[in-house]
Structure formats: C-alpha cells, structure tokens
Design a protein around this ligand. Structure first.
Ligand code: ASP
Length: 324
C-alpha cells in the first residue's frame, strides 16, 4: 500500500454542527481523525493537524508554511492531501501549484457540510481524494482539487456557490477528471506545470473590482500606501471606466505593476477597444493583461512573482505569455 500524508488546516471539513444552535464550528477532536480506520483500507495514512483555521483566516504566510511542510515531508510519501476550508481553498491550491517542486500528487479537498450534518460531503470528499492520490495517473498534473466526484486543476477551479455541494467548478475549461464508483478518469492534462519556489511572502498586493461609474477614489486612496502591486478585475474583455485611467497612470509612473483580469468568469482579457478606458489604451499605458486567471489567483501569482523580480517587463511576460 502507498504512504499518504494528510494535512488538516481547518474549515468545514474539520468542523461539527451544534445540533441545538445550528452553529458550525471547530470540534475538540478533529471529526476526520476518528474515521482513520476507513482510510486505512486505501493506504498507509499519516495525518497531521497543521492549522485549525476557518479559511477566511488563511493568509499567504499560512500557504507558504504549508508549502514548506509539504516540501519537507513529501519524500517519505507517495502523495499529499490537504483538507481546507472552501472559501479560500482555490487560492491555497494555486499558491501550492505555483511554488511546489514535485511530480507527486498534491490534492486539496474540503466540505460544504460538516461531518455530523445530514448529507455531509466531508468523509466522502476525503475518501475521493485518497482514491485519486493513490493513482499513478494523478502524478504530473500540478496541484489538484477533488470535490463532489470531480477533479479540477488548481489554476482553473473556483467556488461558484455559497452552499451547494457542487460549488467547485472550472469555468471555461471544465474539470480535468471524474471519480466514479469504480474508477478515476482523467480526460486531459494541464498545459503548464509550474515550479517557482519562494522562501518568503513579503509583498503587499491589492485586489480591486471595477464597476459601472467607478472613479479614481480607490486608486487615489492607495497612493500613500504605495502597494507593491495592484490587480484589477476589469470589465468585459479588459476595460475600465474612463475616470480610473489618470489615477492608474500615476500608479504606473510610480513603477507599481497593475495587472488586469476580467470580472467575467469565462474568457480571457485582451486589448481590443481603443476608447478612453478601453483595453487597447490601457495596454499601451502599461497595464499588464493576465490571461485566464481570476482576480484572487492573479493576486497570488503577482505576490509570488514579486518575490523574484520587480522588473515590469519580466512581470508582463509572466502574465501575458501564459500558454492557452
Ligand atoms: N467558511 C468555511 C471555510 O472556508 C467554509 C468551508 O470550510 O467550506 O473555512
């Protein structure tokens, strides 16, 4: 049997429902460590609780700590499973996808219903992850997210519903594989496998979302803070309201990288429109177009890239040469 490491970080998958109040919260004993016997029929398991945090409290420094733990321990295991709250699971998954250097499967999973709720998906998702982790074909696929009988790439997956168990989807591209009662089916492979190890996360990258009527206020408010980078979820193919252009230009003049993604959940940004605030004009002004990433993931990408370089042209290449 294979040796699998399970690292618990918290989230609903680590919680229980109080039957009197309905409140869902951390339990004294981790609800999944008491079902280890069921897991042992699939593999030799070592489980560790590395954090007990709801995922809104997970920061990039926790992600780095998790990456360091995986790097330190992975040589003794055939695969690693990380259990995580679903709210920021996609950010941790993408962070690990970018920084880890391993061909072995690293799988994130979570749950929408805690272990003692009716219809809980906690144990089910953990066992599904284990079934994927022990498959040789799960190697070399980058970091994967296994939820609700589907396998997703860290790069594409996103939480789409507040409470439905089918919340994790990969808009535009779909899941990379399926889990059935008796098989694990991969139907495509990721185009790019990353490995950009870092040993600190020290930069301040802000994420803003564009809206009809947006003006310069939020950008001007950032002048004194002088962040290391800004990601903007722009409109449509990559456009912004015209009153944002001047303040953004001032930030670019201060050598702050401005990365643009779309607030649309499908498609990629491209410099099409020539009107004031249109993508073509933004690109000519120096805005970097991030192909195919959501705002939160472009922010993770920029945080990691900035640990290596502040050079705008190198950063532009990192985001614009993504191979789709
Ligand atoms: N709010 C919870 C968290 O992300 C939700 C979950 O775990 O699914 O920790």
């Amino acid at each position: 049997m294979k040796n699998i490491l399970i690292l618990h970080t918290g989230g609903t998958i680590s919680m229980l429902e109080n039957k009197e109040t309905g409140e869902v919260n951390s339990a004294e004993t981790h609800p999944l460590t008491v079902v280890s016997d069921q897991l042992k029929t699939f593999a030799n398991i070592n489980e560790q609780i590395i954090f007990d945090l709801p995922s809104p409290q997970i920061t990039p420094n926790h992600m780095l700590e998790l990456a360091q733990k995986i790097t330190e321990m992975i040589s003794d295991y055939e695969a690693v499973i990380v259990t995580h709250g679903t709210d920021t699971l996609e950010e941790t998954a993408y962070f690990l996808d970018l920084v880890l250097e391993t061909e072995k499967p690293v799988i994130l999973t979570g749950a929408m219903r805690s272990s003692n709720e009716v219809g809980s998906d906690a144990l089910y998702n953990l066992i599904s992850s284990l079934r994927v982790a022990i498959e040789d074909k799960a190697k070399n696929k980058g970091v994967l997210v296994v939820m609700n009988d589907e396998i997703h790439t860290a790069e594409n997956v996103t939480k789409t519903s507040t409470s439905n168990v089918a919340t994790f989807q990969s808009p535009q591209f779909g899941p990379i594989g399926l889990i059935t009662k008796d098989s694990i089916i991969f139907h495509r492979a990721p185009q790019l496998i990353h490995s950009h190890p870092i040993n600190k996360v020290s930069k301040n990258v802000i994420l803003l979302k564009a809206y009809a009527g947006m003006d310069g206020q939020l950008f001007q408010a950032l002048y004194p803070a002088s962040p290391d980078g800004i990601v903007i979820e722009g409109l449509g193919q990559g456009n912004l309201p015209k009153n944002t252009v001047e303040p953004i230009k001032k930030l670019i003049d201060k050598n702050i990288p401005i990365v643009l993604v779309s607030r649309c959940y499908q498609g990629v940004v491209q410099p099409t429109y020539g009107y004031e605030g249109g993508g073509k004009r933004l690109k000519e002004m120096g805005v970097i177009f991030a192909k195919g990433l959501s705002g939160p993931k472009a922010r993770i990408r920029l945080l990691i890239a900035l640990e290596k370089t502040g050079n705008i042209n190198i950063l532009r290449n990192i985001f614009e040469k993504l191979d789709y």
